[in-house]
Design a protein around this ligand. Structure first.
Ligand SMILES: [Zn+2]
Length: 83
């Protein structure tokens, strides 16, 4: 699995718990920003476990862009950088 550290550059603040990444929790939504416009992201939950988002998506309405969440790790790479 890809190290989650790559997406922490998109955080408005340092990752509050285990720095460098970890499961996406609802409380962390407020420090997540769109990697393109740095705007607010809307959380769409498909699977959650406690307060962790296991599967879903983060949606930026300004960019009309959707960032998938898999295994509780959000993929916040801009679409053109995804492989
Ligand atoms: Zn955006």
């Amino acid at each position: 699995m890809v190290s989650p550290t790559y997406w922490t550059c998109c955080l408005k603040k340092p990752w509050p718990t285990n720095r460098g990444g970890g499961p996406l929790k609802k409380e962390l939504m407020e420090i997540l920003a769109c990697p393109i416009c740095k705007g607010e992201l809307e959380l769409q939950v498909e699977v959650e476990e406690g307060d962790e988002i296991i599967k879903g998506a983060l949606v930026c309405h300004r960019c009309d862009e959707k960032y998938p969440i898999d295994d509780a790790i959000p993929n916040l790479l801009p679409p053109q950088l995804r492989t």
